[in-house]
Write a protein of this length. Structure first.
Length: 142
């Protein structure tokens, strides 16, 4: 076989491997709506057993955790935001619309007057359509 005779079938097999599907690009921003925010104060470590002398107890630190639920289309993403301050930017108020970039495990936000905010995705679920028999929403956890 000559080189062109081998190259053509090889290209026909290899080219589809390099095709990038037109699905959502990880670099593009989408619009989402804040559907809920839960805040928790966390103490670390979670125990303070130090024996009979209080000075033997380990040092503790306090920080705040916010779980922000954002709906994009039919998907709801719950992101975790940790901060040493009891402060969450007002862009995350309930029913606020904002731009975000989604990756598999992280949400990125471009918030005015900040360097950008990054939240790890702790869970996601899909909630689309209605149950035709009862008219209630149908939710499926992933």
């Amino acid at each position: 076989m000559t080189l062109p005779a081998i190259a053509i079938p090889l290209m026909l097999v290899a080219l589809p491997m390099f095709y990038v599907s037109p699905s959502r690009n990880a670099r593009e921003y989408v619009e989402g709506t804040v559907v809920g925010v839960e805040s928790h104060q966390v103490e670390s470590p979670g125990f303070t057993v130090g024996g009979s002398n209080p000075s033997d107890a380990p040092l503790t630190s306090h920080y705040y955790v916010y779980e922000v639920s954002i709906r994009v289309g039919c998907e709801t993403y719950v992101g975790r935001y940790e901060t040493p301050f009891h402060y969450l930017p007002s862009a995350f108020a309930s029913a606020q619309r904002l731009e975000l970039r989604l990756t598999k495990h992280v949400m990125y936000f471009e918030i005015p007057y900040s360097d950008g905010i990054r939240m790890g995705i702790v869970r996601r679920y899909r909630e689309c359509g209605t149950n035709r028999q009862s008219g209630h929403s149908v939710a499926r956890a992933e």
